[in-house]
Design a protein around this ligand. Structure first.
Ligand code: ATP
Length: 321
């Protein structure tokens, strides 16, 4: 189906609010996901991610604000927006007595799609379900059910794929396979919005990331820009001659000495100039180095920093919509 507003972003929410009795799950969230983007929504438990996705897919009614798919209102134009979106929910399947293939046929019928046998076979093949196509769902493993949910979401070839925690509770190999498939779907032009608790997966795969915290957007930017928010390196100096105390010149880097006196862990913040100063301090300390490990702060640290999970906070919220 063709979107009817050719210039509108794939997904747009403006000042979106959701109240459940006494809980305000979304407190005025605004952002847009461009056509063909792979966008990640991160946030601690209870941040409002599922609520936001449920509003976009018509499962939950917003209290205020706008929510649009290709410029169409998700409530007023429900039938159209619903058919433009494929959703992979968090919960596993419930229609136990269907076989895998019957479930996909039923889902096709729900969307009024016919003659899609080739696409169905392709999905079954790519999601490693072909050998299980005639099994009833109660006989599937958790990982197979998760893959079937992805196949069901894609059966009508939606323009937007929304995945709520697609890799939750899934083993490493399957997570890898699912990501490969999501990237493939994205590469074919589908817009992807997903939530995940696996921050490193979002860091690796998403082009832009929004961080929801207590119903508000704490940050929204390109992944590399978020990563540069914390100019921080964790440095470990491995010593060829053990020491008993940390040299005074390194104390300001939060230096921690290992019990055997052979390693010093430090945190170096700030831009390159400051890093140069740090190396000068190391040289002046007279330490004999055997090796050095340097690790830049990853999205996990940025996430904790923005959601208040760590002391020493620097900038406040960052949001570019
Ligand atoms: P998680 O990562 O744990 O899935 P989330 O970011 O998806 O969390 P939501 O499930 O959207 O968060 O919940 C946001 C807030 O709204 C929470 O405080 C939750 O308890 C509350 N909430 C969600 N659904 C309902 C509901 N049906 N009735 C009342 N409160 C709700």
């Amino acid at each position: 189906m063709r979107p009817s507003h050719p210039d509108a972003p794939a997904i747009e929410v403006r000042d979106l609010v959701k109240r459940y009795r006494d809980v305000e799950a979304l407190k005025g969230v605004s952002f847009a996901v461009g056509r063909g983007e792979l966008f990640g929504l991160l946030g601690p438990n209870g941040a409002g991610k599922t609520t936001l996705i449920s509003i976009l897919t018509g499962l939950v009614r917003r209290s205020a604000g706008r929510a649009e798919i290709f410029g169409l209102d998700v409530t007023r134009d429900y039938l159209t927006t619903r058919s433009l979106v494929g959703v992979v929910p968090q919960e596993l399947v419930s229609d136990h007595f269907f076989t895998v293939r019957q479930a996909l046929e039923f889902q096709s019928g729900y969307y009024g799609v016919r003659g899609n046998r080739d696409w169905m076979d392709h999905l079954l093949e790519r999601l490693d379900l072909a050998a299980h196509a005639d099994k009833r769902m109660h006989a599937l493993s958790g990982g197979m059910k998760r893959r079937l949910l992805v196949a069901k979401a894609l059966i009508h070839r939606p323009a937007v794929l929304v995945l709520d925690e697609p890799t939750a509770g899934v083993d490493v190999e399957l997570r890898h396979g699912l990501w490969e498939f999501v990237r493939e779907i994205h590469a074919s032009g589908t817009t992807v919005l997903l939530t995940t608790h696996y921050i490193e997966e979002a860091e690796r795969n998403c082009e832009r990331i929004g961080i929801l915290h207590e119903g508000r957007l704490a940050a929204l930017d390109r992944t590399e820009n978020l990563l540069s928010l914390l100019d921080e390196r964790q440095v470990t100096l491995h010593l060829s001659e053990p020491v008993r105390t940390v040299p005074a010149g390194l104390a300001r880097y939060g230096a921690a000495l290992s019990p055997d006196g052979q390693r010093i862990a430090l945190v170096v913040r700030g831009a390159d100039g400051e890093t140069g100063e740090f190396w000068a301090s190391v040289q002046a300390s007279g330490l004999k180095l055997r090796d050095v490990d340097i690790r830049r702060a990853g999205l996990e640290e940025v996430f904790l920093h923005l959601t208040g999970g760590r002391r020493g906070a620097r900038p406040a919220a960052v949001a570019r919509t």
